[in-house]
Design a protein around this ligand. Structure first.
Ligand code: ADP
Ligand code: ZN
Length: 697
């Protein structure tokens, strides 16, 4: 389903000229989503951040203004030499005076290009970021009038980006070097923190942020909730069998999973092949080619499959395991339906999936405190070799390896096999604790957003687009599972399973009531059992979060119920998975991310309106609400005053009681339009914080 993007505002005069250039020089009759807005902002001399997906048409956003500019050249910073050459060639073909300066260009040609630029004979000059470290280049720049500074692949400036480049770090100062022109930064990376980092590091002034073009209306998003691996494989086999002669990709989280799922599917009569980075190059190439030629329809793969694959008619992308972030998910799912025809993107989710991702985070991002602890142990050994086992806590193998690795990388320790030793004994202060914790926290925040998607009962597309900061979307798209389920009730999708569980729990209650000679409701109310069935607690802590389960009843009756819900949840709880509440504890004691501090400072300035904060920070409302929830959980904000009206708080607590609650969907369902998800988010955090730390009440 496509939506009309109406432009009701009168077109600024600059845009008419821009349209002319687009038509006459580039030969395109219409702007792509976002281009007109970005170009308008640039032509108005505003600093601008344009976020568009790859292929969305970012180059036009600075090339059109460059051609309308008579006062000076447009200096384009780009990290990719090959791309730079393609761009310059394409511009030449259109009769545009453009040139590039990078390490592949001879000194002579560089000199000639700089002279042309100084004489005003060039419209666009592409340079590699390393050039700004070159004295004679910087000197030559002084003689050139720069009307616009364009920074392509701007995410390279962010340490949060997947592609951080040290040479980008210096770009913050380049504007001054070239006479303070406006800056337009461009990226396809939609991680909200990367976006903020770009604004901060490039020192954009009162920037216009425009995120556009991420919507893929032909893709239908679905999440299927399952409770076991077996159920997953069977459901996937069913989908693939129904697919007939069309192409599909099944993504799995690990190579081992790829092997298992491929075997299962083949045994179930689905023709498919495996693909992962552990295979021989030849085999991978053969499979990739077969897929491209349609002699192979289904590929089961890790995320190693995808680079450079642009098969247009993939009709289905299935995720067997939840990816680490919405960016990864959208990138992989987005390989469906390139031809614009309907395609499905199905994520299979079981609550246990989180633990696999947490495991990967543990491996990649140790806790700073743990790194310090390990270093102290090594220092205490006076630089002698220590066996890794001696440094380990219980169940801590990924953690310890990550901690040791962090010390090795910062030059404080050496590792040989199982033996580790301190290189220096006085290096504790050199451990970048803030950086370590920030990376870890960032990874968890991304995972949280991914899991929120997996658990969402409202429009999945809206969730993705809101996360990306794309504001031009409807609250419900009409082309995703929650939207077409007709209602947002969980009953639609999970009624059967939940009801079975509810009946089981009632049976347990009946037994206990008989045993103690009390009426069943004395044990637990129906509402409590329903909540239990919905949330399937896996341990005492989770059981205590069920509405109506207090400490005393937990001790008296908890275990028999827990035995049932644990089994229904599909196995043991992930080992010490940092729940919402555990993370709140961590935040209380640990560092607070820069982005949270910024939102907090707005709050401290007296701003309470989420819209206003969102505008001030150029972020989505939902992001700001997430920050405020974190701040409430961390105790940095103590009251809801002004954030959520008291009547709404009362309404919500009427439904949830005074205990912490987890699921927002059922509450929203009960209260409808009387409350927003943001309200619920904030109240949930507020209640959780007070429950964790009653002294703040
Ligand atoms: P990005 O840098 O965002 O990945 P490009 O700027 O390379 O994307 O553009 C991708 C393709 O889309 C290019 O071939 C470009 O010429 C084309 N394109 C850009 N704008 C338009 C438009 N308004 N209409 C049609 N095609 C466009
Ligand atoms: Zn939808």
């Amino acid at each position: 389903m496509t939506r009309e993007r109406t432009t009701t505002v009168a077109e600024p005069p600059q845009l008419a000229s821009a349209r002319r250039v687009l038509r006459d020089v580039f030969g395109y009759s219409e702007f792509r989503p976002g281009q007109a807005e970005v170009i308008t902002a640039v032509l108005q001399g505003r600093d601008t951040l344009a976020v568009m997906p790859t292929g969305g048409g970012k180059s036009v956003c600075y090339q059109v203004p460059a051609l309308l500019e008579n006062e000076g050249i447009t200096l384009v910073v780009s990290p990719l030499l090959a791309l730079m050459k393609d761009q310059v060639d394409a511009l030449h073909a259109m009769g545009v005076a453009a040139a590039a300066i990078n390490s592949s260009i001879s000194i002579e040609d560089q000199r000639r290009t700089l002279a042309e630029a100084a004489e005003g004979r060039l419209q666009l000059l592409y340079v590699a970021p390393e050039r700004f470290g070159n004295g004679s280049f910087v000197a030559a720049l002084r003689g050139i009038r720069v009307a616009l500074l364009a920074i392509d692949e701007a995410h390279c400036i962010s340490q949060w980006g997947h592609d951080f480049r040290p040479s980008y770090r210096e770009l913050g100062g380049v504007r001054q070097l070239v006479g303070n022109p406006p800056v337009v930064a461009l990226t396809a990376t939609a991680d909200p923190r990367v976006r903020e980092d770009i604004l901060l590091r490039l020192q954009l002034r009162d920037p216009v942020v425009h995120v556009a073009g991420f919507d893929r209306p032909n893709l239908r998003f679905e999440v299927q909730r399952v409770s076991s691996l077996k159920e997953k494989s069977q459901a996937i086999a069913g989908e693939l069998r129904a697919l007939k002669q069309e192409s599909a990709i099944v993504y799995c989280g690990t190579r081992k999973r790829v092997e298992e799922v491929t075997d299962f599917l083949q045994r179930s009569g689905v023709k498919c092949a495996r693909y992962h980075a552990g295979m021989e190059d030849n085999d991978r190439k053969r499979i990739q080619d077969a897929f491209a030629r349609d002699t192979l329809r289904v590929i089961v793969a890790t995320n190693a499959f995808g680079m450079g694959i642009d098969k247009p008619d993939v009709r289905m992308v299935i995720h067997h395991d939840m990816p680490d972030s919405l960016e990864s998910y959208y990138q992989e799912a987005g390989r469906a339906g390139r031809d614009g025809e309907p395609a499905r993107c199905i994520l299979y989710y079981s609550p246990r999936d989180r633990s696999l991702r947490e495991f990967f985070i543990e491996i990649a991002h140790p806790e700073a405190a743990r790194v310090v602890e390990v270093y102290r142990a090594l220092a205490a050994a006076g630089g002698e070799r220590v066996h890794v086992r001696e440094l380990m806590r219980e169940d801590d193998e990924p953690g310890i390896n990550a901690a040791v690795q962090a010390l090795v990388e910062s030059g404080l320790a050496a590792r040989r096999g199982w033996q580790v030793s301190a290189i220096r004994l006085d290096g504790e202060a050199d451990i970048d604790t803030a950086g370590l914790d920030a990376h870890r926290e960032h990874s968890f925040a991304k995972l949280d957003a991914m899991e929120d998607y997996a658990r969402s009962r409202t429009c999945l597309r809206a969730r993705i687009l809101a996360y990306f900061g794309d504001t031009e979307h409807e609250p419900a798209c009409g082309n995703c599972a929650p939207c077409t389920a007709g209602t947002l009730t969980p009953a639609e999708t999970h009624a059967a399973a939940e009801d079975d569980l509810f009946q089981l729990l009632r049976a347990v209650r009946r037994d206990l009531a008989n045993r103690d000679g009390v009426p069943p409701f004395v044990v637990f109310s129906d509402a409590t059992l329903r909540d239990m069935a919905r949330n399937r607690p896996r341990n005492q802590t989770e059981m205590l979060r069920v509405s109506g389960v207090g400490q005393v009843k937990m001790e008296k009756y908890g275990e028999p119920f827990l035995a049932v819900t644990k089994a229904a949840a599909g196995g043991p709880a992930p080992a010490a998975g940092p729940s919402l509440y555990a993370r709140a504890e961590a935040r209380k004691s640990g560092v607070m991310g820069a982005t949270l501090r910024e939102t907090l400072s707005l709050y401290k300035d007296g701003i309470r309106d989420i819209n206003e904060m969102a505008r001030a920070r150029a972020m989505a409302r939902s992001t700001i609400a997430g920050h405020l929830a974190d701040l409430l959980l961390a105790g940095a904000i103590e009251h809801l005053d002004g954030l959520v009206p008291v009547e709404k708080v009362a309404l919500i607590r009427e439904v949830t009681g005074d205990r912490p609650f987890k699921e927002l969907g059922p509450v929203k369902e009960r209260l409808g339009d009387q409350v927003t998800y943001e309200d619920l988010h904030l109240v949930r955090a507020y209640v959780a914080a007070r429950f964790n730390n009653p002294t703040t009440s």
